[in-house]
Design a protein around this ligand. Structure first.
Ligand code: ATP
Ligand code: MG
Ligand code: MG
Ligand code: MG
Length: 481
């Protein structure tokens, strides 16, 4: 089954259970102070859970574009190193807004996985909430008893708040959850260590695929829990992981979701994927990051030097540096990948094709700008390496700031390079330097706008570079043509 069929079967299955299939909400969040990017399927529906707005349908199914690179759910450091955490991924979900609850949700989840997708029952584990004293919550016996009718009890595990109580952020709707994990190892590997011991243990082939959340509470800013006006179901299944399981692969990157990009990158770099761990990681990072970048731009978030825009610029620079150092991409390359992505996914997300030339232009200019300083920054780091070693294996705050300010190295990029060299970064020292610079430039006058406009996707424009805006932000500037 290819990934398009897998996605479609999900929609068809829940449509047959009276769910309305709706398109993904945009990745970019503009009106929520607690969230920059959609990080889960439930985030766009927050108001329905809270009872602030009535849901348009009692039952919904969808695939939601998610980005986990900031805030409570941040997987950026894992990406490329492991084979199942992405920056941007699709979360398949089915929803009940005050309609069905645990029994239907868990039975349908089991039916879909084992009958429609034919995943082997003896490779699945489920987990339920064990309760929590601090929040005064009971263990989820109800979910346990439902599972017991479908799966043998030695495959039902109790889990703590960390894994089995789902919260979108520090505040907001939340509730106990029940997860489904799959063991994709070989029989020989299983004979050595039982799968049960590896669930939730960061094993690359014993992975969580689906989370069924029973939304019942709202976490308030003071940390307390209050009951929501109604009980809801919110489920989230990692689409790329599901494809790995169904296609019997050992990595998400080996599925047809990622292979076109992996092959394109490897081909352009003149290397083979799967032969060298260093180049493999770089290839995976690029195949992953292009998705975050392209989807963010099409949904209205341009790379910039502050807030959400800086998150995207950081991801972009991170992948440029991986390509530069490990795959010898000395010229802009990432922008070419946007087309491979669009060819592959525009049938589900047409915005990728509609805005393709715009996305390419933004990425290419970003690449050009960073490639102008990247090499010198890396050389600077190399020159000072001995000094860092003598300095307790630490890159001092001043140098980290110089890399940021002069060479455009985001702090996390410097930290990443430091980690590869067995060094660490004095982040507090960096903060002090940053603060001093802000004070210096606080008096600087605001930039003139004259005939410059911030680019709208449908306006024909010419990229002309970056401008420093007020204290700390760089604004991408375009001329209308
Ligand atoms: P994990 O424990 O693997 O980090 P999670 O518990 O943080 O996953 P949930 O918040 O429960 O994930 O999200 C629901 C589903 O989304 C998960 O079961 C998983 O299949 C998928 N998922 C979560 N994070 C990622 C990611 N970074 N990349 C790809 N899929 C993900
Ligand atoms: Mg996680
Ligand atoms: Mg988990
Ligand atoms: Mg989970």
């Amino acid at each position: 089954m290819n990934s398009a069929e897998i996605r479609q079967k999900f929609f068809d299955f829940f449509a047959s259970k009276q769910h309305q299939v709706v398109p993904s909400a945009p990745l970019v969040v503009k009106d929520d102070p607690t969230l920059m990017f959609i990080n889960s399927g439930m985030a766009p529906f927050k108001d329905y859970f809270l009872g602030n707005k009535p849901a348009p349908y009692k039952r919904i199914a969808d695939t939601q574009k998610c980005l986990r690179v900031s805030g409570k759910h941040n997987d950026l450091e894992e990406v490329g190193y492991d084979t199942y955490h992405h920056t941007m991924f699709e979360m398949l979900g089915n929803w009940s807004f005050g309609d069905y609850f645990k029994k239907e949700a868990l039975h349908w989840a089991w039916e879909l996985l084992t009958e429609v997708y034919q995943l082997p029952k003896d490779r699945l584990y489920v987990s339920v909430f064990q309760g929590d004293e601090k929040d005064n919550l009971e263990k989820d016996q109800e979910a346990y008893d439902i599972w017991k009718t479908m799966i043998s009890e030695d495959r039902i595990l109790f889990g703590s708040k960390k894994d089995n109580f789902w919260e979108m952020g520090d505040t907001g709707p939340c509730g106990p959850c029940s997860e489904i994990h799959i063991d994709l190892r070989t029989e020989e590997e299983i004979a050595q260590v039982p799968g049960k011991e590896l669930v939730n243990n960061d094993h690359p082939q014993v992975v969580e695929i689906w989370n069924n959340v029973f939304m019942e509470f709202n976490r308030l800013a003071d940390g307390s829990l209050v009951k929501l006006p109604a009980q809801h179901v919110d489920t989230g299944m990692g689409f790329e992981r599901l494809c790995m399981a169904i296609q019997k692969k050992r990595s998400n990157y080996d599925t047809d979701v990622f292979q076109p990009m992996i092959q394109f990158i490897a081909g352009e770099a003149g290397v083979k994927y799967g032969e060298n761990e260093k180049t493999d990681i770089a290839i995976r990072v690029m195949a992953d990051h292009i998705r975050a970048i392209a989807f963010a731009i099409t949904d209205g978030q341009l790379p910039s030097n502050n807030k959400a825009g800086y998150v995207i610029r950081r991801i972009l620079r991170r992948s440029v540096r991986y390509g530069f150092t490990f795959l010898d991409f000395k010229k802009p390359f990432l922008y070419k990948l946007a087309e491979v992505l669009s060819d592959q996914m525009a049938h589900v997300f047409p915005e990728l094709k509609q805005q393709l030339s715009f996305v390419q232009r933004v990425i290419e200019e970003e690449e050009n700008a960073f490639l102008r300083t990247l090499d010198n920054g890396l050389k600077r780091l190399d020159t000072l390496e001995e000094r860092f070693k003598e300095n307790n294996n630490t890159i001092d705050g001043k140098t980290a700031f110089e890399l940021y300010d002069t060479f455009g190295f985001p702090l996390d990029l410097t930290a990443l390079i430091a980690r590869e060299k067995g060094l660490r970064v004095d982040e507090a020292g960096f903060g002090v330097e940053m603060e001093q610079q802000k004070n210096r430039s606080r008096n600087a006058s605001a930039t003139e706008q004259s005939d410059w406009v911030v680019l709208q996707p449908d306006v024909s424009t010419d990229f002309v570079g970056y401008d420093r805006d007020e204290a700390e932000s760089y604004v991408v500037r375009y001329r209308q043509v």
